[in-house]
Design a protein around this ligand. Sequence first.
Ligand SMILES: [Zn+2]
Length: 795
Amino acid sequence: MPHALVLIALISCSVYSRLWAEQAADRQATPLASQFSWHAPDRGAKVAALIPGRRTPQLTPETLFADWTKAQVERWNKEHPPLPAAEAYQQYAATAPTDAELTADFPVHISPFGRPRGKGSEGPPTQHAVEKADQVLVSYCPFCGSESLSLAFDPKNPYGHATTNCCRTELYASEKDWPADYALKPTATAKFQHLDDTWVEVPCTLHRDRDGTEWELFLKTIFDHKRWLEEGCNRVRQYAQKFEETGDPVCAHKLAVILDKVADTYYGLPLAANNKLCAGKDGKPLTRDEWEAVPRPAIFEVSYLGAWSKRMPYSSPGWLNMMDEHLWVEPFARVRHHPAFKQVSQELYGDPEALDRKVMTKLLRELSLMFQSVFSQKLLHNYQEAIYLDLWMLGALLQDKVLLDFAGPCQELSMYNHTFQDGMNGEGAPNYMDMPGGYYYPVLKDPKGWLQYQPKFLEDNPFYWAASSEMHKVATVRGLELEFGDQHEPCFAPNFSSDPAQVRERERIGSRNWAGYGIGLIRVGGPGHRQEVGLDYTRATLHNAQDALSLECWVDGVPVMRKGGYSAWWSNAHLQWERPEYQALKQMGYPHEIVEGERAFDGWSWIWSHSPLCQNTVTVDETAPGRGWADNRGYGEVITFKGGEAAGEPGSGFQVLDVRDHYSWSRVGKEVSDFRRTLLGVEGPEGRPYVLDVLKLTGGQRHAIYNNGWGERVSDNLPGVSGKADDLTQVFFDGKLPEDTPDYRNYRQLRKIEKLAAPNKPWDLTWKADYAAYAPRDPNGKPFERPLPDGVGQV
Ligand SMILES: [Zn+2]
């Protein structure tokens, strides 16, 4: 019948329309049908009501927290006799830290800390500081050459004196602190143009490092930066929290005093990233005129200036929402209706409303300019930032429609964008699930969080509970998280559980398949030797690896087949073997030679950890499936999952996970007609676990399967050695890479190769692993003490 209808429609539109009209009339005749009809007159309105943000309340600067602040005042006044406003002002101003202490020499300039002599500090921002100019006095010490600089600030004079931990060089902020023979006295000044078009003069110390590079060092700026973060930022948080808890008006007073200073500084701060400042189109320091004229809002692309920050120049540039660029907004919103706030304004400006106007126009408006032009995540929703409450409040105070329309709905949108059909939050790896898990989901259910504004949020989004909690089950018997995707994998995680009762409890949990995450975990075996083997078929992109149908294996909670994880290259240490701290590292007795992982996106540690060689999967003609950072991934379809019985229950001794891959090979140009992996978990006598891995691959010329053991070989029963090679390039390519690419260079990392004769009988190989083998050592050379009880962590 449907075919006939289509035919009629093709031949005669009028017949089709008549049929359609009759059917529509039928539907209108039925009350129930009309209620849910596609054609119901109110359908559009009903759909529109479901659009994220439609249930978000409309805030205004007049009403936001006005009642709340009033209630805080009343609450305080109940137990404290009110003082006349002027008298209260004097009392609060003298309360320690006094207003004079908070405001004297308040920092106005916080970066750069240094730059190569004669070169400006303007330039394009860099996401990861890897150049010495980015790192000087941040992680590079120009006095001794260490690339792991840290400073010990003098507790008696934290804004005046510090010592480098590497070479014990004393640093001082200003003349009143430095000793007579101080070698790093500034002998010059440098001028920096600020965004309020003033020029700030900074004392400059000239210094030549061991490599002969001449530096201009701005030591005072290090201390001003510290004071800015502590006094201009953290202290605001502390007063705001105390005000919420107690209603104490001294907090409202101090917030007013600090915000008055912060507004001036923030307005003037140049856009900064590491030791760089933002230049305008002409390559000269950015001016207020050009900054005001930058096209806004930058919604889909960052503006031509690039991604920058002001509040925290040494964090990831442009991550404004995640790094709380706007941390002052809520504290301000909660005290601006308070009489003590208005009294500060009265005393400073002779007008109780002047300070409010100043903070609005100099601080909040400036924040809005930042978010609408140099925000690295743009005005696009991103789960890594997820909670946009402060940005929404900023929009409300400024009545800025762009910010309100973007940030209001985001709270709800995160639920839709980052929750699968099965109600789970799936972000490619447990530590990425933790990002919304840590600062998004908790705020949504907190009565002092999002529920203040949208009280029915949890009823309206019932899948909240699975989305926020399922990820916590992706854990093994000793409490460590599974290691799929870009998971951070510690050599030794302190939360590795040694508690027998906890482990016995977790050993009872059966196999599990999370189709939404694209991972399945076969669990078999009795107490003390529970085996957990993960088969990963994730289709998540970005934070992922060449991991189609890859394995991970855990025995008694000890990872024995690991997958490399994130291996973030910008965190790799530069191993300066000539330095004493690295010589000490060498003496610490780690089981294997320590080698440098390189510090670039094509550095070998990054390429290796994301490769099939590390990920326990296969290559076809030395080609791997897509890595996840391009649109070239396939996905896995679960054919059979049999499992889930608690340990010891009938059926728990036989578990199956069978997954077929789709498109992983065709998307990298390989003709493969079948790619399928099946895990069979069987429990033998005395609870001994066996997991059989059946891999089926049809297509291509040469297949290689990689199984990567995290341990030491103790015994084997293998066919005879028929040949040896220095590394895998000798075996596959006669030592000459088909192309000199990072992916091919990977094969050099597999060294000391033995080629074995074809087996004519079953063979076996035994590994042992000690989870504590890479546990931290004492930096002062005390003999290593294994941090786990005997027998725990050793399999
Ligand atoms: Zn040093």
